[in-house]
Design a protein around this ligand. Structure first.
Ligand code: SF4
Length: 313
């Protein structure tokens, strides 16, 4: 695992993102270090669930990699701090937003689960970003516990308070993302509670998403487009649906990538890093495919000198 982290590139893309155009992704924490363990997480189970903030990855190293990526002069619409865990866990995030903005005029976005916004230091560290996309997947404590599976020290009321506080302090744009899961947070009662929270702050956009990628807990189901539209209408004109329902396109791309990855694995056991580097796919994306293959029994995981390799069955 350690070896894997050392080899890691903290920058990926620019990848085309439906919401952010060409987005240069920046990972601030090692794979699946997160405050939550969401049932819908596309990256699999959280490896380290924690609210302890520290410099998980050295800020200077990340900044160096951002600087190098900018030199390549690729088209980038947003530099996005997100990645494979919760970015605000890294205490270097404020420094990185500030220094990135010194390097370039490209806007900086932060995609966060919002769990640490109750902490004043975290709120302050995000103030210089241009766009923050926090999520709120529950409108009450018991749904929060079920869907996000937070550590017991994180309380729902504090999460909401932090979010509303942040809206008052932050001058940039906030797009609030709500991940809707069938029979978990889409009841009429829960939607009403969401409405009352949303009504307390001037968010620039409310973005509805649903489970379109393989979730961590297999029984987690998406909402249909009609149900999403109904909720969108209740939330009003700032609300939009962001889930990708262009299934045909998705299927074609998906099939092609799946074939390329399986082809590689058949030749010899490979790591996530190997696949990502040779096929030019984002590591987060590779993990998703491997997860499906593993569940379908097409591949097996091998451990060699502390590293995970994926081989054909
Ligand atoms: S969905 Fe995001 S917040 Fe939830 S466990 Fe995965 S990385 Fe963490």
């Amino acid at each position: 695992m350690q070896e894997d982290i050392k080899e890691k590139r903290y920058i990926y893309g620019p990848v085309p993102s439906r919401r952010l155009g060409f987005s240069l992704g920046v990972d601030l924490v090692p794979y699946k270090v997160c405050t939550y363990d969401c049932i819908y997480c596309q990256l699999g189970k959280t490896i380290k669930k924690t609210i302890q903030r520290k410099e998980y990855i050295e800020r200077r190293e990340i900044l160096l990699q951002i600087g190098k990526a900018l030199l390549t002069k690729q088209k980038i619409d947003f530099i996005t701090f997100s990645g494979s865990g919760e970015p605000t866990l890294n205490t270097g995030i404020g420094f990185l937003i500030r220094e990135t903005k010194r390097l370039t005029n490209i806007p900086v976005a932060v995609i966060t689960n919002g769990s640490l916004l109750y902490n004043e230091k975290v709120r302050k560290s995000l103030l210089e970003a241009d766009l923050v996309v926090p999520s709120l997947d529950a409108a009450r404590e018991r749904t929060f516990k079920f869907i996000n599976r937070p550590p017991s020290s994180l309380k729902f009321d504090n999460i909401v308070r932090g979010l509303l506080e942040f809206r008052k302090e932050f001058r940039g744009k906030i797009w609030l993302e709500i991940m809707l899961v069938k029979d978990v947070n889409n009841s009429a009662e829960e939607v009403k509670l969401f409405e009352s929270i949303i009504g307390k702050a001037a968010f620039d956009r409310i973005q509805l998403n649903t489970v379109v990628r393989p979730p961590c807990v297999i029984s987690t189901l998406p909402l249909g487009i009609q149900e999403l539209r109904k909720i969108k209408n209740i939330f009003g004109e700032k609300c939009e649906i962001v889930s990708d329902f262009k299934k045909e396109l998705q299927k074609t791309t998906f099939r092609k990538n799946a074939e390329r990855i399986l082809e590689m694995i058949k030749r010899r056991p490979v790591t996530v890093q190997d696949i990502s580097a040779s096929l030019g796919l984002n590591r987060n994306e590779v993990v998703k495919y491997l997860d499906i293959f593993r569940k379908n029994g097409k591949i097996k995981i091998l451990n060699f000198k502390g590293k995970h390799y994926y081989g054909a069955r």
